[in-house]
Design a protein around this ligand. Structure first.
Ligand code: NDP
Ligand code: OXD
Length: 310
């Protein structure tokens, strides 16, 4: 069976294709070339693939994503209903997401941002001790990423709630489900961590309407996708002080343009889509297992439910 390997940004193709080929000697790997002839692939292994991938390789029956979020796959031209989309499940990313959220939360709650600000002036200024129960965390999405984020922050004794479509329950996490429970979830949240997948339902979810329901002086941590956030609404709510800060890893345009107002905003902390890296060893092992399941004619785990978009 032939596989096409196609990537854009972040994932260095030559360093991935060799271990994939070693893990799957029964598959013949071909590197995507924008101007090359079709190779007759039945499998595609991708990260942010070119939109015309499936038109150029119409024999592809399954697309394996070297990441958790599949929004870029759902936009592929010629994506037939019978093509299986398979995503990475954790593969070492969930702990990184939890670490990132913990950093953003602790930086705000323990006022490390304040100490960073006064160090240059040689100011010794202990801040008041925090009342942990005042640092209510709300995690949007309770899937592989959100659950790990929520459990990690709850283990540090922050009061944590999770919101998902189904209202998934986890020990030690207050659970909210569906749009009807969203207002109550937002109203109790001071630090909002977004781990939702990007779908038609969740695009622009982080907007004036939702963010203004958070507690006064809240913080936003966006590690889902840039298209979740209505950027001008965030800026407006920071301006009024309703939001006190935001830590953003993902953006509507990546790389974030150098003249974007987020770069210089004193209340915004930016990272370049690194909340969780796809780790080579873990990802290759997991993809190879899923490919073998698919080649046996069985259903691999991590299959995207096309009706839901994640
Ligand atoms: P999962 O599919 O495991 O979890 C998705 C969660 O979101 C589920 O709990 C689901 O609810 C919930 N959800 C989806 N749609 C809705 C909705 N309309 N309303 C309420 N809840 C909803 O995905 P992962 O946890 O593996 O990944 C989540 C996202 O994290 C990825 O799609 C990607 O965008 C992002 N990501 C970002 C990274 C980064 O470096 N910044 C790295 C890795 C991932 P339910 O449980 O009821 O189905
Ligand atoms: C992912 C990501 O979705 O890294 O895996 O953003």
């Amino acid at each position: 069976m032939k596989a096409i390997f196609a990537y854009a940004d972040r994932i260095e193709s030559p360093t991935w294709i060799a271990p994939l080929q070693a893990a799957l000697p029964e598959v013949e790997f071909h590197h995507w070339r924008p101007d090359g002839p079709p190779v007759g692939a039945e499998l595609a292994i991708v990260w942010n693939p070119p939109r015309d991938l499936l038109r150029r390789e119409p024999g592809v029956r399954a697309v394996f994503n070297l990441g958790a979020g599949v929004d870029a796959l759902l936009g592929l031209d010629g994506l037939r209903d019978d093509i299986q989309l398979v995503r990475l499940e954790d593969a070492g990313m969930a702990v990184q997401m939890a670490e990132y959220a913990a950093y953003a939360l602790i930086r705000a709650s323990r006022q490390f941002d304040v100490y960073e600000g006064v160090q240059a002036s040689g100011t010794w200024a202990p801040q008041p001790a925090i009342r942990r129960k005042e640092w209510t965390v709300g995690v949007l999405g309770m899937g592989v990423m959100g659950a790990r984020v929520a459990q990690t922050l709850a283990a540090m004794d922050y009061p944590v709630a999770g919101w998902s479509r189904s209202g998934k329950a986890l020990p030690g996490i207050e659970s909210f489900g569906g749009r009807e429970q969203l207002p109550a979830f937002l109203a109790r949240t001071r630090v909002l961590v977004n781990t939702l997948p990007l779908t038609d339902d969740t695009r622009n979810f982080l907007c004036r309407e939702t963010l203004s329901q958070l507690m006064q002086g809240s913080y936003l941590v966006n590690i889902g996708r840039g298209d979740h956030l209505v950027e001008e609404d965030l800026l407006a709510l920071l301006e009024t002080g309703h939001l006190k800060g935001a830590t953003l890893d993902v953006f509507r345009t990546e790389p974030l343009p150098s003249d974007h107002p987020f770069w210089t905003h004193p209340a915004i902390t930016i990272t370049p889509h690194v909340a969780a890296a796809s780790l080579k060893e873990e990802s290759v092992t997991q993809i190879a297992d899923k490919v073998r399941v698919f080649m046996r004619g069985e259903r691999p785990t991590g299959l995207v439910a096309r009706s839901k978009g994640y």
